[in-house]
Design a binder for this molecule. Structure first.
Ligand SMILES: Cc1cc2nc3c(=O)[nH]c(=O)nc-3n(C[C@H](O)[C@H](O)[C@H](O)COP(=O)(O)O)c2cc1C
Length: 317
């Protein structure tokens, strides 16, 4: 039995977000309000199979948080998907997700991620190779509703693989994040799944910013799971029924940021991740109180976590 069968209905998922949902941020969210499933950031299988491997491995750092964690992979070469799927399995991850939705220009030009919507032979090879490497570990896909236009044939195609899960971000590749997510299409994918009598769990994604909204959408469209991405930026307690974020004091927010920075220092060596990535989180924690923008600017002007902690501590004094 895969972990999907044991999840609540609907289940909530923290979206994969590059340079955001690393091990450290997952731990922070886990301490505040837990989703039912986590994703890693996307990591490139071809890079992991090259000399540059050591520069990417930190994206697959694993800690058991008591909830399933899915490693998301992307790339071009099916044999690398097979190899990395086996590695990911041995690292302890609970599932493997294939990114077939990223709209980044360079990535698409290279024929990866959302470009696969228009290259079904390669998509098929990637999926079947991953199944081989996964050796029974659940394999899922995260994708969009089409390339330039809504394309149900793509979603129909994906449903034929009996994937464990299918996350549907309700926008086409062309729409990037500019228009509202189309939940009617997500609902059509669920209906198609039912018609085809496949067991794939359908996860809806796009513009959900509260748990209540997610519950409402899941009920209305009978979707198995709800994925939330950017919603964590406005409310890191987004997965809880009663968010504590609005009542969080300035001191609590600053202390939470200090905790994040210390955890980052413990987790990564200097070569693995830059502190500038870390300081981007200032927007999340140092927000919504008097003097926040000045304090943020001071953090962004330093070049070490030690100095950032000094500034934050002095602001508490
Ligand atoms: C900063 C950032 C990084 C992202 N990185 C990934 C990624 O690595 N893999 C992926 O499948 N989607 C990625 N996405 C897309 C999100 O997972 C999600 O599909 C999108 O943000 C829509 O959901 P939302 O409206 O809840 O944010 C990223 C989005 C953002 C904002």
């Amino acid at each position: 039995m895969s972990f999907y069968q044991k999840l609540p209905k609907p289940f909530f998922v923290l979206a994969p977000m590059d340079d955001v949902t690393d091990l450290v941020f997952r731990q922070i969210i886990n301490d505040l309000a837990q989703p039912d499933v986590y994703f890693t950031e996307f990591v490139n299988v071809d890079g992991l199979s090259s000399d540059g491997r050591n520069k990417l491995l930190h994206k697959l750092k694993y800690t058991n948080l008591g909830k399933p964690i899915i490693a998301q992979i992307w790339g071009k070469e099916p044999s690398n998907f097979k190899k990395i799927a086996t590695e990911v399995r041995n690292m302890g991850f609970d599932g493997i997700d294939l990114n077939m939705g990223c709209p980044d220009k360079t990535i698409v030009k290279n024929g990866c991620c959302s470009a696969l919507i228009n290259n079904r032979d390669l998509a098929k090879n990637i999926i079947t190779s991953t199944f081989e490497g996964a050796k029974g570990l659940p394999v899922s896909v995260k994708t969009r509703i089409g390339f330039n236009d809504i394309d149900m044939s793509w979603l129909d195609f994906l449903l034929d693989f009996e994937l464990a899960g299918l996350t549907v971000h309700g926008r086409t590749k062309k729409q990037l994040s500019k228009t509202a997510a189309d939940w009617d299409v997500i609902s059509h994918v669920r209906q198609l799944r039912d018609q085809k009598k496949v067991k794939t769990f359908i996860v809806g994604n796009g513009d959900v910013i509260t748990r209540k909204q997610g519950m409402m959408l899941a009920k209305k469209y009978q979707i198995d799971g709800i994925m939330i991405g950017r919603g964590v930026f406005s409310d890191p307690f987004v997965f809880s029924e009663n968010s504590l974020w609005k009542s969080y004091t300035t001191t609590q927010k600053i202390e939470l940021f200090i905790k994040h920075i210390k955890l980052f220092d413990l987790t990564y060596s200097e070569n693995e991740r830059s502190v500038y990535q870390l300081f981007k989180f200032a927007k999340l924690y140092i927000n919504g109180f008097e003097g926040a923008s000045d304090l943020r600017a001071r953090i962004m002007s330093v070049n070490s976590s030690k100095k950032a902690i000094e500034i934050l501590n002095s602001s508490l004094a």
